[in-house]
Design a protein around this ligand. Structure first.
Ligand code: PEP
Length: 263
């Protein structure tokens, strides 16, 4: 089964409405529609609403960066998956910045994934080990725990439709510093797919899309997209720069898909 290459830009807590709108319009001018590539933008929550009415949905899909697992109620300051239903297609869940700075636990991430699919949205579940986990030889155990906990309570259909992003924490936003080697990324992605296979069978594990994230830009993306089993990339810092982000989409286009274009 052929899967679209997924390029996701996580704008994190950057850009006000004017800045986000400008970047989106520049990307719109620069990026062509490719039928085998899906480009997703994840602005901050405040900006999602205005962007959602400006965006060309033939070119981009939207993602939220987080949401709360209850559908409504006395949870001051939170926004539910239910409230995002008309705005976004995807929600990023369990990003390492949320696990680290906001103490999101394995169980909380599991509940968010469940709430996401319950509300007919597609989770982009982020998993990845820290530098200390890797030094201690615990990377596989960490990935096992993150994947198996997050996927408990889901049906096979829900799992095969979701996205998992392998994002080693030590490789995120290193700005020209340490970069994960494609061999290592392949080994950890294979391991993640095996966890899915053990829980839901081979077919589901082949269908689930697995992305790589960690200091990806237009210069290094080809090494990651060339990994067998890598279905795309999750991009942080470089997604704020329209040359770099559209360059990433160009590389995906050249690498994978025979030059077919719809626009
Ligand atoms: C991220 O935060 O998900 C990420 C991959 O960031 P960066 O590309 O800046 O490493």
């Amino acid at each position: 089964m052929s899967k679209k290459t997924l390029i996701v830009g996580n704008w994190k807590m950057n850009l006000n409405t004017a800045g986000a709108s400008l970047l989106m319009h520049r990307l719109h001018e620069r990026i062509k529609i490719h039928r085998d590539i899906e480009v997703v933008l994840a602005p901050n929550l405040l900006v999602l609403q205005p962007i959602s009415v400006q965006i060309d949905r033939r070119k981009f899909r939207l993602a939220a960066q987080n949401a709360y697992q209850k559908d409504e109620g006395p949870y001051t300051g939170e926004v539910s998956f239910t409230m995002l239903q008309d705005l976004v297609h995807y929600v990023i869940i369990g990003h390492s910045e949320r696990r680290i700075h906001f103490n999101e636990s394995l169980d909380e991430v599991r509940d968010k994934v469940a709430a996401c699919v319950r509300n007919d949205l597609t989770p982009i579940l982020c998993v990845g080990e820290t530098h200390n986990d890797r030094k201690a030889g615990e990377s596989k155990q960490v990935l096992h725990d993150q994947v198996t906990t997050a996927l408990s309570n889901l049906t096979s259909q829900e799992v095969e439709n979701m996205v998992i992003a392998y994002e080693p924490v030590w490789a995120i936003s290193t700005f020209g510093g340490e970069l994960a080697k494609p061999d290592l990324v392949k080994s950890e992605m294979d391991f993640i797919r095996k966890q899915v296979a053990d829980l839901y069978g081979q077919k589901v594990s082949e269908r689930v899309r697995i992305l790589y994230g960690g200091s990806v830009d237009n210069n290094v993306v080809s090494g990651f997209l060339a990994i067998e089993g890598c279905d795309g990339v999750l991009v942080g810092g470089a997604s704020l720069n329209y040359h770099k982000f559209s360059g990433i989409v160009d590389v995906a286009y050249k690498l994978g898909h025979n030059g077919d274009s719809d626009g």
